[in-house]
Design a protein around this ligand. Structure first.
Ligand SMILES: Nc1ncnc2c1ncn2[C@@H]1O[C@H](COP(=O)(O)OP(=O)(O)O)[C@@H](O)[C@H]1O
Ligand SMILES: [Mg+2]
Length: 417
């Protein structure tokens, strides 16, 4: 006990030496043994034990806080399976990631296969303390990777606090803004289990395959398969449609949804999810994979009450409160509830305000042609502000979207809904 405490203290003081070890498909006794052996190297910890279909993005997210990162793949379930995971990590992660194989014996063919697929160490069970400390030291001596290079795309879930708050309209205009103004490679995912509106609002026909068909093919997911599922908007925005029929396929598993979204995050700079309201298994899976969650409210009590409950639930499930943005749609100075009252009820600031502009939104939806960005109206400017926030360029328009100054005071025009 004393020794462990000392090691932890040493580790936290020498933060530049932090080493994170992620086990993949490890049996419980081997994991327990690694837990004990890894902490004997100061600053080193076993982060978790995950199953074999982890993606590079998921692995790097878990190891992000660590300076040096290692994945230990258990090869006992089969050489082929182990090699597949190792190759996936090698291809999708920074070269500074240490990939180790663990196995019960020293089969020369398995050792060769593991090395060829990217493993730099082959650890024989039961693990020997010196082998582990030696292997960790080897990775710690390598040049470090930058975590920014590793997690490529950002996933943003846009969810209405209740139906009809405008989540679909907002998600697709945000996605279009990211494509058109920021030149981002962007995908809009319609996560509704049936009858989603996103492709309709964008004026695209229905695709014969939906996001959920992709989820059901998660085992053979690659860029070629994905291509066959995409709708393409003339702007360059890619869309994964919602299913047309409600009973077309079995219930998707949350793990498969998470895995699919993680894969998509590796293929786009931004993945925007038009998420149905309500904390269902499907929406929670999307939220877990998201870097940010935008909860769309309107200035009315039922929406605000649902938003409060959703935030309470999500934070109790360890979703970071800092990753949640409140997006107030249909904002107007004439609303019965002031911005201040909304913020006081939610105990958090409104991150983005989208003005009430029924005419412009409904015309866009009816025509299947989204609002145009770049013209001097309050509506596109609100999406500019939101997209700028997400891409980290909001400093360019410092006073935009501040409720207390009226809409877009910098343009000198105040528009009320
Ligand atoms: N900013 C806005 N101003 C006025 N009307 C809006 C605004 N945003 C959305 N709406 C309208 O609200 C209705 C619901 O929008 P929709 O995007 O389908 O919501 P949800 O996806 O949350 O059900 C639509 O008729 C849409 O035109
Ligand atoms: Mg909708």
């Amino acid at each position: 006990m004393m020794t462990d405490e000392k090691v932890v203290l040493q580790g936290s003081r020498r933060s530049e030496q932090r080493i994170g070890v992620l086990c993949i498909g490890m049996d419980s006794s081997s994991r327990e043994s690694l837990d004990v052996l890894v902490v004997q190297t100061p600053g080193a910890y076993v982060v978790d034990n995950v199953d074999w279909h982890i993606t590079p993005r998921e692995a790097m997210k878990m190891l992000e806080p660590y300076q040096h990162r290692i994945c230990v793949i258990d090869f006992e379930d089969g050489t082929e399976k182990g090699c597949r995971v190792a190759q996936r990590l090698r291809d999708g992660c920074d070269s500074s990631l240490g990939i180790f194989a663990a196995a019960g014996g020293s089969d020369p063919e398995q050792i060769m296969a593991a090395m060829r697929s990217g493993c730099s160490e082959y650890l024989v069970k039961p693990f020997q303390p010196e082998r582990i400390s030696h292997a960790l030291a080897h990775v710690a001596a390598r040049p470090q990777g930058k975590s920014g290079d590793l997690v490529k795309g950002r996933i943003v879930t846009v969810m209405g606090a209740k139906g009809g708050t405008g989540a679909t309209s907002l998600a697709l205009h945000l996605a279009l803004n990211l494509v058109q103004r920021h030149g981002q490679k962007c995908l809009l995912v319609d996560e509704h289990l049936a009858f989603g509106d996103a492709s309709l609002y964008l004026g695209l026909g229905r695709h014969q395959y939906s996001f959920y068909e992709l989820v059901h093919n998660t085992d053979r997911l690659d860029a070629d398969l994905l291509r066959g599922f995409l709708l393409r908007h003339p702007s360059g925005l890619d869309v994964l449609d919602s299913p047309e029929a409600i009973d077309g396929f079995p219930q998707p598993s949350p793990e498969a949804i998470e895995h699919t979204l993680s894969f998509l995050g590796e293929n786009y700079q931004f993945v925007i999810i038009d998420c149905p309201p309500g904390l269902t298994e499907e929406s929670c899976a999307a939220i877990r994979q998201s870097d940010r969650l935008a909860i769309v409210i309107t200035p009315e009590l039922p929406a605000i009450r649902n938003a409060i409950r959703s935030i309470e639930y999500l934070t109790s499930m360890h979703y970071s409160a800092d990753s949640i943005d409140i997006v107030l749609n249909r904002h107007s100075k004439k609303s019965a509830l002031s911005d201040h009252e909304v913020e006081a009820a939610l105990h958090r600031p409104i991150a983005v305000r989208i003005p009430n502009n029924y005419g412009e939104i409904v015309n866009a939806i009816n025509a299947g042609t989204p609002i145009e960005f770049g013209h001097r109206s309050d509506l596109p400017a609100a999406f500019d502000y939101w997209a700028d926030r997400l891409t980290g360029s909001e400093g360019d328009i410092p006073r935009a979207n501040k409720g207390s100054r009226g809409w877009f005071g910098i343009f000198g025009s105040r528009v009320e809904g």
